[in-house]
Design a protein around this ligand. Structure first.
Ligand code: FRU
Length: 493
């Protein structure tokens, strides 16, 4: 049975999307079908295809009562819009179907687990919203909400847990076929933690333990947890709210955090060994991973951030993009991210230059564009003296540019979109401390009309930024203060 609320959304999106010109969207990054998009949800491989859902308000380009938008793809680059999967049409989710995840059941059905939000009014007139975990089961198009929803509520919470911040379930299957689920939560002081629940069949759930706890370190409430094994380590990912800066590692506001560690076999506890940011740029939040059939752990994130949205999106028919899916691995205890290999199939018009030494601004024949995959490696052009600064400027014309720059003495890579055409006082720059020796650096820059993703030193650091500069600004130039020697290979995508 499809509810009227869901029917309305499906009908609306089908008509409204016609007004969105293909060129007004990114080329190979997913953007919302219409209206507003935030977190990726339900990222999974089901019936021979990748499925991705997203936090979705079809009716305007601003966040409002959440639905789940839905797309499918065979290569993670060409996405096909499917009808809205979930709408807020039950009492327990009438104020929003918040983030969650998906898994395939043994009988072949696709199961979604999400947070149902229900606002209530206290006798004194103030409102509060309960957050509970709910299930919907379907065939890859239509999903039926489970009659016994919610499956996890305030009754399942440990002592001291907030029932108003209990959201974003990420389900996984264990080796014995049973299920685990990590859910974002905080205590009464809003200190973040990840709760672990378990289930034999995916439908009835028990609380297991507080799986990872902030203890006042990284922000407040922890949103959108994920948990998986990678290269012999255990990895917990969360998106903390209200962070405070720590050196160049963490910045103020909504951030992302990756905890790498191991499970203590005797206690079952997660033991942290290392923590780091996931993305060091400006527009990144709420990433979610899935396991590809070939064993790759693939992550996709919301390519915006609550704190850095341009704010004034009301003139757009769509607002919200996802990052490029990224392949994850661990090297020297750090999380490494690389663009999915499928992107190489989109490469055309190779242009390359080797051993170019320059000391000022240069432009290179054949190197321009807003849908680009470009790999650079640089080193000092003068053995005796390392250059002071190197920069690549892109989305550039006489008035506008966005840039990534590198200062070898400081080891700092900086992204700067101040001159991208933005008229808001949101964050425009961010700096990241990278590993570098002797002035050497590798960059891979992926441009797709409204974004740049900068992979530093083969994915040791990634900086993501959106820029809404007019598409006619398609120049790319290189700048050196001191002598830089550069190899560059560029493809159009
Ligand atoms: C993270 C988040 C989630 C929530 C969703 C609501 O961006 O706040 O915690 O489920 O967005 O849209």
């Amino acid at each position: 049975m499809i509810s009227q609320v869901l029917r309305d959304a499906r009908k609306y999106e089908e008509t409204a999307e016609k007004a969105v010109a293909v060129e007004s969207r990114p080329g190979f990054h997913l953007s919302t079908r219409i209206g507003w998009m935030n977190d990726p949800n339900g990222f999974s491989f089901y019936n021979g295809e990748y499925h991705l859902f997203y936090q979705y308000n079809p009716y305007s380009s601003h966040w409002d009562t959440m639905h789940w938008g839905h797309v499918a793809s065979s290569d993670l680059l060409h996405w096909r819009y499917l009808p809205t999967a979930l709408a807020p049409d039950m009492d327990y989710d009438r104020d929003g179907c918040f983030s969650g995840s998906a898994i395939t059941l043994p009988d072949g059905r696709h199961m979604l687990i999400y947070t149902g939000v229900e606002k209530e009014i206290r006798p004194d007139g103030s409102t509060y919203a309960l957050q509970r975990q709910c299930i919907a089961v379907g065939d890859g198009i239509d999903y039926e909400k489970y009659p016994n929803n919610p499956v996890l509520s305030e009754n399942n919470l440990p002592e001291g847990s907030s029932k108003y911040d209990f959201r974003d379930p990420k389900i996984f299957q264990k080796a014995d076929g049973s299920y685990g689920c990590v859910v974002g939560n905080c205590d009464k002081d809003r200190d973040g933690r990840v709760l672990l629940f378990s289930s034999k069949d995916g439908f009835s759930w028990n609380f297991e333990r507080i799986f990872a706890a902030n203890n006042g370190r990284f922000g407040k409430m922890w949103e959108c947890p994920d948990f998986f094994e990678l290269d012999g380590k255990q990895v917990v990912i969360v998106s903390p709210q209200e962070m405070m800066p720590q050196g160049f590692e963490y910045h103020n506001g909504n951030g992302t955090l990756c905890l790498i560690g191991k499970i203590d076999e005797t206690t079952g506890e997660f033991v942290e060994e290392h923590n780091q940011s996931i993305d060091y740029g400006i527009d990144f939040y709420a990433p979610q991973t899935t396991l590809a059939p070939d064993g790759r752990r693939i992550m996709i994130g919301w390519m915006q951030n609550w704190d850095t949205c341009p704010g004034n999106a009301s003139d757009r028919l769509w607002f919200g993009q996802m990052t490029l899916p990224r392949e994850l691995s661990i090297k020297d205890g750090r999380l490494i991210q690389k663009p999915i290999k499928e992107i190489e199939n989109l490469r055309q018009n190779k242009v390359s230059y080797e051993n170019l030494t320059f000391t000022d601004v240069i432009q290179l024949d054949g190197i321009k564009g807003r849908k680009v995959d470009m790999e650079l490696s640089i080193q000092p052009g003068d053995e005796k003296q390392i250059y002071h600064k190197f920069a690549v400027r892109f989305a550039q014309d006489g008035n506008y540019q966005t840039s990534v720059s590198f200062r070898p003495y400081e080891g700092i890579v900086k992204i700067d979109r101040k001159f991208s055409g933005s008229r808001r006082a949101v964050i425009h720059q961010r700096r990241s401390l990278v590993r570098t020796k002797g002035g050497k650096l590798k960059l891979r820059i992926i441009l797709d009309r409204f974004s740049a993703e900068i992979f530093v030193n083969d994915g040791e650091h990634v900086l993501t930024v959106t820029m809404y500069t007019d598409q006619t600004a398609d120049g790319i130039s290189f700048f050196a203060d001191g002598a830089v020697t550069m190899d560059v290979v560029k493809y159009d995508l």
